[in-house]
Design a binder for this molecule. Structure first.
Ligand code: HEM
Length: 491
């Protein structure tokens, strides 16, 4: 008997909004008991700027979670506490390595209940942190979205989160569509599978267009220096001032330091759903495709790798959904069994090509928002004496400090840099393509020589479409994904 095709409602996935909640995020907790949390987050920027947040939080009573009723209230409370926690940790001249009980006690309880880690995940920052400007208009339109909470109050930060919200909303219909395609493949209904794949490919181009809009209102310098430091986690953060991670005080006296990755769009269940449903496999970083092990799909995807690791940062239901969908995903096999059907193969390859194009654009974004500013920081640090270097300690200055120390440490097991990791994910996207030409096309290596010249052209925003490999080494947990300019999660 074939396993049952997952039902969205069993996993907290919405048929219309996908991984965004079915009901809109609350703009405020209804019980006035929580007014103090609301007041702190409403004034977060001022409290961070004036360096008064820590004092205010330290004096806050430990509020109970008994006043939280519906799921939407738990989600709002989680988001509020995550903003408070990261503001508390990173909103000073040096990071705080202890979270006091007024934050940690309720945060740990709420995270437990929602099955998310007690850090600012993609769910806290994006999925559960938006509102429509006009309730009668769609939320897949950036012109109808606003954020609820931010660290900086900047338009750039709002835009950074909202681009993801719009992508999640616009991509949401692909989820039920492709579950039906799985059912259709079981029935040998090629026409429905083909039509679904075509609709999927078309919608993927919409998502890439939304991603491209990041450049409109999120400035790379603001992102790198002002926003990203607040998103940082506590894993491998020694250079940024958290050598042991963060201790979540609960009053028991037996607490130990914890280490978590920071918030990242890599925690988006939507993009992972695309991979799963199309049968795309992501190998551990740095591992090449083994042409002899085509049947090892289960084993390979289960192995430890960054993309897989990010599932631990998704809400429990979403994480389980991905696992269960991977048990029924049959589209790739179906296409492989019907290679004589040109229309079907074309539609499948189009999906891979569109997802690969999405990842291409994303690589250009990461280059512009992380790699380039980090190089500028390094260049500046070389030309400055240590005395005049800003004393503040956080993620943005971490690589500069390391440089000044002359440390070229390489901790952990791997040696993989950020851009090669992203390129590997992009290349793996193209691997299942039926047509040899499509496969080669998606694996193309665009050289950087002559970048921006007339023939190669430029990306829409002026950034090169594909960048050269950037040798960034250093940070690692117990596994790969390392770079010392740091990603967002910072492994
Ligand atoms: C300024 C905008 C963005 C920056 C700077 C950025 C940066 C990064 C970085 C550094 C990584 C590597 C993992 C990590 O350290 O977290 C990553 C991975 C990833 N990002 Fe983004 N990102 C941005 C926007 C987005 C958006 C809007 C999406 C789509 C919702 C997205 C989807 C992903 C995915 C799916 C991965 C995992 C790798 C993959 O599957 O190809 N990113 N991003």
């Amino acid at each position: 008997m074939l396993p049952q095709i997952p039902r969205l409602s069993d996993y907290g996935v919405s048929p219309t909004h996908g991984f965004l909640p079915d009901t809109l995020p609350l703009t405020r907790l209804p019980d006035p008991y929580y007014n103090r949390w609301e007041a702190i987050v409403a004034n977060l920027q001022a409290l961070i700027l004036s360096r008064r947040l820590r004092g205010v939080v330290d004096r806050l009573p430990v509020l109970s979670t008994v006043g939280l009723e519906h799921d939407a209230e738990w989600r709002r409370a989680y988001s509020l506490l995550c903003f408070m926690a990261h503001g508390y940790i990173w909103g000073g001249d040096s990071p705080a390595d202890r979270l006091p009980p007024p934050i940690s006690v309720p945060l740990l309880e709420i995270s437990d209940r929602l099955e998310v880690p007690p850090v600012a995940t993609y769910a806290a920052l994006c999925l559960w942190n938006y509102k429509p400007l006009f309730v009668d208009e769609e939320i897949d339109n950036l012109e109808n979205l606003a954020t609820l909470n931010t660290f900086t109050g900047s338009l750039d930060e709002s835009w950074f989160y909202l681009v993801s919200v719009a992508i999640e909303a616009r991509g949401a219909p692909i989820i039920p569509l492709m579950l039906s395609a799985i059912a259709a493949a079981r029935e040998e209904d090629t026409a429905t599978v083909t039509a679904s794949l075509r609709a999927f490919a078309e919608r993927l181009t919409d998502l890439t267009n939304i991603l491209q809009r990041m450049h409109e209102s999120c400035d790379p310098t603001v992102f790198y220096h002002r926003i990203r430091p607040f998103l940082a986690g506590s894993k491998n953060m020694a250079e940024a001032g958290l050598p042991r991670g963060v201790l979540y005080e609960d009053g028991s006296g037996t607490e130990t330091y914890r280490q978590y990755s920071g918030g990242s769009n890599a925690q988006s269940s939507l993009i992972q759903f695309f991979d799963v449903v199309l049968g795309i496999e992501h190998r551990p970083t740095g591992e090449k495709q083994d042409p002899t092990s085509g049947s090892d799909r289960e084993g390979r995807s289960a192995r430890h790798n960054f993309i897989q690791e990010m599932r631990r940062y998704m809400p429990g239901g979403h994480r389980r959904f991905l696992g269960d969908v991977s048990r029924v995903a049959n589209i790739r096999e179906y296409v492989e069994d019907h290679t004589n059907d040109t229309q079907l193969c074309l539609a499948y390859d189009a999906c891979l090509a569109m997802l690969s194009a999405f990842r291409d654009k994303h690589i250009a974004i990461v280059t512009r928002y992380i790699i380039t500013p980090s190089r500028e920081v390094r260049a500046r640090s070389r030309s400055r004496s240590p005395e005049v270097t800003r004393q503040r300690m956080n993620l943005a200055v971490a690589s500069r400090k390391k440089e000044n120390q002359g440390a070229q440490s390489q901790r952990g097991t791997g040696g993989t840099a950020l851009i090669p990791f992203l390129k590997q994910a992009r290349d793996e996207t193209g691997e299942p393509a039926v047509e040899e030409w499509t496969r080669r096309f998606m694996k193309r290596q665009v050289r950087t020589e002559g970048r921006g010249d007339f023939f190669l052209g430029k990306d829409d925003d002026g950034a090169p479409l594909v960048t050269e490999d950037v040798e960034v080494k250093g940070l690692a947990g117990s596994w790969t994904m390392e770079d010392d300019v740091g990603g967002i999660c910072l492994f």
